[in-house]
Design a protein around this ligand. Structure first.
Ligand code: NCD
Ligand code: ZN
Length: 419
């Protein structure tokens, strides 16, 4: 047996520890992990003791296809992901049109089929009008925008839960009566979470995709239901003072919280289940409008891992926690097979990092179509040096090696559509 590729002298980071060794890749999968000894291989890359992470799994991105491709499209979004060391994404359904029927879902699958640089899956939109449709599609996640009563009510979310089982409902938890316009207090979030936790899940699970504060995290932890939380990257690296500094560029929903609130999240990382970016690009023109009318949302799929690596450099988070929160757990929560961890049999998705390299984030270096970042001129330590997708090199330093269309749609085989 000849192995296609060996990465030697790696510091392999797993959610539960760091291992020094060599990784053998065959047919796009991890064939072996050895502490010593190398098999014959077509190609050997000497990592020289560098940190090797699994490709990150970002379960919350908005790549804007169809209908809003002036902000981002699947190619620019997934290219941005690749440069950020993110090799698996789940895309959100708030497109134009909103993806809430089987027909729209299938059309979207066809539309993006040849466009991605990384592997991807989809969220399906749950809306009051189309509850019957959720039984017909096999998505990784079912997105519920509780903040938008026009789209869905608590009652209809409960109905939706009763119609399927074994599904993951990704819930945007803001109570529509308490979150209004730009006034969106923490109580809006805790109220929505409490109401959902009172529902009967009927064998489904719930992931609160924007948990911004410890009050929300604690409610989830206290529940005996199948429920998890996901904290967005902006809620860890930005706070409400950034709204004064950069205006609508720091506007998102749920909003950025106080500095104290952000610190509390950092002090309790062990209580958080997962991290996602909520990469939500809008154009500079849109963000230059008055704060009240500018659309909410912050891009970040390319900057998340560098920011987290910088936090690791400053001992605010461990490398194992980065892998756990931003790769292993998201793959586990959404049942994405073969992703999120360097294990024999998993896909050979890797990120080789230069943890000491210092660089300054600038929008001009990034690949999102939106052309801006709230982290402009932030200097970070930690650089994504090489990225592999199923054994294929896709990024080497500043160069894109991967081809458009190499990214595959992942199919959620196990999910059960009927009761
Ligand atoms: C998101 C967007 O722009 O699509 N905006 C945001 O502020 N988070 C929508 C969303 O995720 O709710
Ligand atoms: Zn979002």
């Amino acid at each position: 047996m000849t192995i296609n590729l060996v990465l030697k002298n790696c510091k392999i980071v797993k959610a539960d520890g760091i291992l020094e060794g060599n990784i053998a890749v065959e047919n796009g999968k991890i064939a072996d992990i050895k502490i010593a000894g190398l098999p014959e291989a077509d190609e050997i890359i000497d990592c020289k003791g560098k940190i090797v992470l699994p490709g990150m799994v970002d379960a919350h991105v908005h790549f804007r296809e169809p209908g809003l491709t002036y902000k981002e499209d699947f190619s620019t979004g997934s290219m941005s992901a690749a440069f950020g060391g993110v090799t698996t994404i789940l895309d959100m359904p708030n497109n134009k049109p909103f993806i809430d029927t089987q027909k729209k879902f299938e059309d979207k699958r066809k539309l993006v089929k040849t466009k991605s640089y990384v592997d991807y899956g989809f969220h399906f939109g749950v809306s009051s009008e189309n509850l019957e449709e959720i039984k017909k599609v096999n998505a990784f996640g079912y997105k519920v925008y509780l903040s938008d009563r026009e789209r869905i009510t608590y009652e209809d979310m409960q109905k939706a839960l009763s119609m399927v089982n074994g599904k993951v409902f990704s819930v945007h938890p803001e109570d529509p009566d308490l979150a209004k316009g730009i006034n969106r207090p923490i109580e809006a979030e805790t109220t929505a979470i409490s109401k959902v936790l009172e529902m009967n899940f009927y064998g489904n699970s719930v992931n609160f995709v924007h948990s911004t504060c410890m009050e929300a995290v604690d409610l989830v932890r206290a529940s005996s239901k199948s429920v998890t939380n996901m904290v967005d990257v902006p809620h860890l690296f930005l706070n409400s003072t950034h709204i004064e500094k950069i205006g609508a560029y720091a506007k998102m929903q749920p909003p950025l919280r106080s500095h104290e609130n952000v610190n509390e999240l950092w002090e309790n990382l062990d209580k958080i289940d997962s991290i996602g970016t909520d990469h939500a690009p809008h154009t500079i023109e849109e963000k230059e409008q008055e704060f009240e009318i500018a659309p909410p949302g912050i891009p970040g799929v390319e900057t998340a891992l560098p920011l987290l690596m910088n936090a690791a450099y400053h001992n605010r988070i461990s490398w194992e926690q980065i892998v756990k929160l931003y790769a292993t757990k998201p793959a586990e929560i959404y049942k994405i097979k073969g992703k999120g961890s360097i294990e024999i049999g998993n896909d050979a998705d890797f990120v080789i990092v230069d943890r000491k390299r210092e660089w300054t984030i600038k929008a001009e270096y990034l690949h999102s179509k939106c052309g801006w970042t709230p982290y402009e001129n932030w200097t970070v330590r930690g650089f994504v040096e090489k990225v592999f997708l199923r054994g294929n090199p896709i990024v080497d330093q500043e160069n894109l090696i991967g081809k458009k269309g190499l990214g595959r749609e992942m199919i959620n085989e196990k999910s059960n559509n009927s009761m």
